[in-house]
Design a protein around this ligand. Structure first.
Ligand code: PHE
Length: 446
């Protein structure tokens, strides 16, 4: 068994780490999931609840994960084992399992982005102009051979980047893709908010109507927050483990949380004005992106280009997240089992791709567990269950079990005290565990 701490890979620069961590956070969760969940949950009021959760609980759990990861210099399981042992590594284990689960269905949806880039320039606009974007989407996702083929292509790219390693793979490509993503998003926003009729979308998105909030929507905001910030499953522990001892962790947590939330918020500006400008239902669900946006693009001058750019953006966002999901699993097998990076990447990547096949098939509507599509079960079980649960334990670990160690690590042994230390500690001790547990009880329903 290797303990992985000697000659361990490291990020090449602070910027590289920030881009990689923000790349992990910014993903399908921001651009595909956030707008449709916001649409389903009534708009602006949900957005405010989401912000409140992210900037209290989310940011604190992120710092807790960085602190644990950098202190141990190990994967999620190894980190808990090294710092405390006992039953704590189970938290890391849950994370690795969540990694397998999330990446299995994430790869399927990410595969759609490749398909839709190609479709954008080969007839999707004509179909959409004829009002057939919904039919085209339905025909595509219920054809498992196609969906699986694109999933395999997407997973192969993910595996290849992870196999190249932390610096030469993950960091290098995130540094190119993240700024590109930002530029594309800005172009789309300008197009969307200048459409005639865009103001109704802005109103839906920005004027809160608190009567629309329910226990279930607060629960959805929590699950969305954990999913979007890549929390609760050891992803930020793993990325933190490649950080040098000089990095200032609280400021890194603030930057990554801020970037992630900004991209999600901006994605809403690209989508809602356009959705309303063309009289589309904002609560359309997961299809919001893949069904309604092509309609929107088809009615815009230069729509083909905007459509292609949008799905390229989604592809980049998905890729920088999928590599982090795979890295959680690879780091575990590398550190704890002594596997080589090559073996871990290709073998685990292959297994996860195979695990995604039932999700891909379930889109045809005939692979259900207790009435839900297999893909939804994987999504629901991981984002709304494993991640918040992981968040509770990570907070308790830092707030009660390993407090002095965590404080020392968070301040670089006292060299960089930070002003919200007390708030952070109490959020970890009480606020986060109680709030998550309470939201669980309120919102947990099938
Ligand atoms: N945060 C990613 C997204 O928003 C998904 C993700 C979840 C990545 C958990 C890593 C860990 O798409």
């Amino acid at each position: 068994m290797g303990n992985g701490t000697e000659n361990r890979e490291q990020w090449g620069s602070r910027l590289g780490f920030i881009m990689a961590a923000a790349g992990s956070a910014v993903g399908l969760g921001n651009i595909w999931r956030f707008p449709y969940i916001t649409g389903v949950n009534g708009g602006a009021a949900f957005v405010l609840v989401y912000f409140a959760i992210v900037f209290t609980i989310g940011i604190s759990v992120m710092l807790a994960e960085f602190v644990i990861g950098r202190n141990a210099g190990l994967n999620a399981v190894g980190a808990f084992q090294k710092i405390k042992g006992g039953a704590w590594p189970v938290v890391g284990w849950m994370g690795v399992i969540a990694g397998f689960m999330i990446l299995s269905f994430y790869g399927v949806i990410a595969g759609w982005t490749i398909a839709y880039m190609i479709k954008s320039v080969s007839g999707l606009m004509t179909l959409a102009a004829a009002g057939k974007a919904g039919d085209a989407f339905g025909a595509f996702v219920t054809n498992p051979v196609q969906v699986i083929a694109y999933q395999v292509v997407f997973m192969a790219i993910t595996i290849w980047i992870v196999y190249k390693g932390v610096g030469e793979g993950i960091e290098k490509y995130c540094k190119i893709m993240m700024p590109a993503l930002f530029v594309i998003l800005l172009i789309l926003i300008v197009r969307s908010v200048t459409l005639p009729g865009a103001s109704k979308g802005l109103e839906f998105y920005l004027r809160p109507d608190f009567s629309k909030l329910t226990g279930a929507s607060i629960f959805a905001a929590l699950g969305q927050g954990f999913f979007s910030l890549s929390l609760g499953m050891g992803c930020m522990i793993t990325y933190g483990s490649y950080l040098n001892k000089k990095e200032i962790l609280p400021s890194a947590a603030v930057t990554v949380t801020f970037l992630d939330t900004m991209v999600a918020f901006l994605a809403g500006f690209a989508i809602f004005p356009a959705v309303f400008a063309f009289g589309i239902e904002p609560g359309a669900g997961p299809g919001l992106t893949f069904v309604t946006l092509p309609n929107v693009f088809a009615k815009m001058p230069g729509g083909m280009i905007f459509s292609f750019l949008f799905f390229l953006l989604l592809f980049f966002a998905a890729l920088t997240s999928s590599v982090s999901l795979l890295e959680v699993c690879v780091a575990y097998f590398k550190d704890q089992m002594g596997w080589s990076r090559t073996k871990a990447s290709w073998l685990l990547g292959g297994v996860i791709t195979a695990l995604g096949v039932p999700s891909a098939i379930s889109l045809g509507g005939n692979l259900k567990i207790a009435g839900k599509d297999f893909l939804d079960v994987m999504d629901w079980g991981s984002s709304n269950f494993l991640l918040p649960l992981g968040g509770i334990f990570i907070s308790l670990f830092v707030g009660w079990v390993w407090l002095d160690g965590a404080k020392a690590e968070a301040t670089n042994e006292g060299k960089h005290p930070f002003s919200w230390m007390t708030a952070w500690i109490w959020i970890c001790r009480v606020v986060a565990p109680v709030a998550i547990a309470w939201i669980f009880v309120k919102g947990l329903k099938w």
